[in-house]
Design a protein around this ligand. Structure first.
Ligand SMILES: Nc1ncnc2c1ncn2[C@@H]1O[C@H](COP(=O)(O)OP(=O)(O)OP(=O)(O)O)[C@@H](O)[C@H]1O
Length: 584
């Protein structure tokens, strides 16, 4: 990806503001040079043998007007700079959120992604800072040039000495720019840890457990430790920066002393007047401070180069920029076939799935069961196209899914996972995920699946995030997620323990209705409630990343293997619970 492609979007709607700020910068430079000139004349009038009071009043009036003008421009300039900052941060956030578009979740569900995201955000912020600094830099260049002209007219060689003495500032800032980035990279994890723990202490979900388990001191202690670690690292870096700045300050003081000596020499030898002395000293001091601005701009230019490199890497990994869109392949059948599929998560040392072979015919309803961690969710996410897999392992209608455009592949799937989303939107938006929900479609789902969609106004905002919103129960939220999956109305419905919060009657009614109503569609149902498995065409039993049994409920019960044992132990548990209840 070429970063230049983004530049236009970064500066969208800002060019007129930039020109305004530059004009204001030019005016500031003109006024501050006039201030020097007026001060010179006022001083010369004051130290002359015959003080002309009218002239003194005139110069003082002029000086006052220059001050007022400078103040006015300063206020207007600050406003426009704020405006640029706001516009730029909107542009950058828009680009960032639009461009980050990973095609799968495999690399996103890792700490590496979080760290790289943090560094990329820092890079983006430094770009927005750079634009403003560039404008300030140009304004400073105006001022420095004007001051140089003033000084050059009186003592021609002095501007060159000043320039030479200020070069170390640029060098130091360039080194600090590299160090800045190294510092951010080193502290990303610890600063993320601190903010994760901080939000843990503040989010309502966590507060509930914190209260019950009296966990505040424990989490606070973790937060305190990571914050202290971050502070230690930050202060170490700041100390290093301060030492560099101290050395620079000393160099700058020595430079001023040298320049002042030149002025004193010129004054004593009557090369310049006393007024010149005062005004030139002011000009030199202003150049010195302007050079700090120039140096800090130089540091940001350096950072800009590092940032763009990091951003190009980041977008290369997590966006679809530069990925050639695949030709649309027409899929004739929706039969799904998995051939010798192995899968390993990027941050795991072992394979989560081992040699999976599975064929699912169009319209088939299958249930996947197995112990915790056996790989059921991973397999279902792979089927839905959410993970990076090797070529020639998953096929739809005989076509390798790696050859298909991911968006068109996703259009075949509806999915409700264990950790489904609860959007802080209205009920109808939660179901449709659209600005223009098809109300008739929602009402039709409501009629077919009784008790699925809560009996509240479709325009009610859900959750506890906003004033006037309405919180749902866990089961109701899960029903809304199921309604969302039905609304998408796809060939494949994947339900990963997606009915676990429903009462047994609602769960049975939902699954049974889907099977009856959607005979031509596929249902992949992951569950721990084995009594529902009887409703399915086939049951897949998983253990330790492998498929260990496949068959109907009766076949698997007769073969007396893993499924049989799981079923028996669940039946015994249910009988025991029933016994306890009747005893009570
Ligand atoms: N994002 C992830 N990154 C790394 N490892 C993961 C990730 N998700 C799952 N795993 C690992 O993969 C293995 C299988 O997990 P998976 O969620 O597929 O199991 P499951 O059969 O659905 O379990 P459960 O019944 O508890 O939901 C587990 O050992 C788990 O630690």
């Amino acid at each position: 990806m070429k970063f230049n492609l983004l530049k236009k979007e970064i500066h969208h709607n800002s060019w007129r503001l930039y020109v305004t700020i530059l004009v204001l910068g030019l005016l500031t430079a003109l006024l501050s040079t006039s201030q020097i000139e007026v001060t010179k004349h006022l001083t010369d009038t004051l130290v002359s043998n015959s003080i002309n009071s009218q002239q003194v009043i005139l110069w003082m009036g002029l000086l006052f007007s220059v001050y007022i003008g400078m103040n006015l421009i300063k206020v207007i300039n600050t406003y426009f700079q704020d405006k640029v900052r706001i516009q730029m941060s909107f542009n950058l956030d828009t680009i960032f959120l639009n461009k980050i578009n990973p095609q799968t979740i495999t690399n996103v569900e890792t700490p590496k992604y979080q760290n790289e995201l943090n560094i990329a955000k820092y890079g983006f912020d430094s770009i927005s800072g750079l634009t403003l600094s560039f404008l300030q830099f140009v304004s400073l260049l105006f001022s420095i040039t004007f001051y140089f002209v003033v000084i050059f007219q009186k003592i021609w060689f002095l501007p060159f000495i000043i320039l030479l003495l200020n070069l170390p500032k640029l060098l130091t800032e360039s080194k600090l720019a590299v160090k800045d980035y190294q510092f951010v990279e080193q502290t990303t994890e610890v600063s993320r840890k601190r903010s994760i723990l901080q939000s843990l202490l503040l989010t309502p979900l966590a507060i509930k457990e914190i209260l019950i388990f009296s966990a505040k001191p424990f989490i606070l202690n973790h937060w305190d430790q990571s914050y202290r670690e971050e502070i230690i690292q930050t202060l170490k870096y700041k100390r290093h920066e301060s030492v560099k700045k101290l050395i620079l300050g000393l160099q700058s003081n020595l430079g001023l002393l040298l320049n002042q000596s030149v002025l004193v020499f010129a004054l004593m030898n009557k090369i310049i007047s006393f007024g010149d002395y005062i005004s030139l000293l002011a000009a030199i001091t202003m150049i010195e401070s302007s050079f700090y601005g120039v140096a800090s701009y130089y540091r940001q230019i350096k950072q800009y180069h590092i940032s763009t490199k990091k951003l190009v890497d980041f977008f290369g990994k997590y966006s679809n920029i530069g990925i050639e869109s695949k030709d649309s392949v027409s899929i004739r059948s929706k039969d799904l076939s998995i051939q010798n599929l192995n899968f390993q998560y990027p941050n795991q040392k072992f394979k989560t799935l081992n040699g999976i072979h599975l064929n699912i015919k169009s319209g088939e309803k299958i249930s996947i069961v197995g112990s915790n961690g056996s790989g059921k969710s991973t397999l279902s996410k792979i089927i839905a196209g959410l993970h990076d897999i090797e070529a020639q392992t998953v096929f739809i209608g005989g076509i390798d899914i790696k050859l298909l455009d991911s968006t068109s592949y996703f259009s075949n799937f509806s999915m409700v996972t264990q950790d489904f989303m609860k959007y802080p939107f209205t009920l109808k938006e939660n179901i449709s995920l659209s600005d223009k929900p098809n109300i008739e479609k929602i009402l039709s789902i409501k009629r077919t699946y009784s008790n699925l969609i809560p009996d509240i106004d479709l325009n009610t905002v859900l959750g506890y995030e906003y004033e006037g919103s309405r919180q749902l129960s866990g089961g109701q939220w899960q029903k809304v997620a199921l309604a969302r999956a039905l609304y998408k109305d796809c060939e494949f419905m994947i339900l990963d323990e997606a009915t676990s919060a429903l009462d047994p009657e609602s769960e049975f009614k939902f699954i049974n209705t889907y099977i009856q109503e959607e005979r031509r569609k596929n249902l992949i149902f992951i569950t721990h409630r084995l009594n529902l498995c009887k409703l399915f065409d086939r049951i897949i039993v998983m253990d330790n990343g492998r498929i260990v049994e496949v068959g109907t409920h009766h076949q698997l019960m007769n073969s007396r293997g893993t499924y049989y044992n799981l079923y028996q132990s669940q039946k015994m548990e249910e009988e025991y619970n029933g016994l306890v209840q009747t005893t009570i």
